[in-house]
Write a protein that binds this ligand. Sequence first.
Ligand code: HEM
Length: 88
Amino acid sequence: AKRVSGGVDHVELMKHNTKDDCWVHLFGIVYDVTKYLDFHPGGIPELLRGAGRDATPLFNQYHAWVNYESMLKACVVGPFIGDLTKLP
Ligand code: HEM
C-alpha cells in the first residue's frame, strides 16, 4: 500500500469504504485491505463491514487470535491519528 506520512485521521479513513478502495483501522494502524479482500477466509462482505471504520471490535469478535500484523504487513498505510468516536 501507499504509505501516508504523518498518519491517517478519521476523515481520511472514512473515504475508503468500498470494495475497490477499502481501508480499515485495526489496533491503532490503518491498513489498505483492498487487495486482501479476495483472500479473506471469512469472505468479502464480512470484511467490508469494517471498511472505512474501526474494524477492531469485529476482528476481535470473530478471530482475536489471527496474526493480522504479519498478514497485513504490505498493507500498512500508517498510524491512525484521528478520533475513533467520530467514525461511522
Ligand atoms: C475468518 C483474517 C477482518 C470476519 C478469517 C480467517 C482469517 C481472517 C485468517 C480464518 C481464521 C481461521 O480459519 O482460523 C482477517 C484479517 C482481517 C479480518 C487479516 C483484517 C482486517 C474481519 C472482519 C470480520 C471478519 C472485519 C467481520 C466483520 C470473519 C469471519 C471468519 C473470518 C466471520 C470466519 C469464516 C469461517 O470460519 O467460515 N479472517 N479477518 N474478519 N473472518 Fe476475518
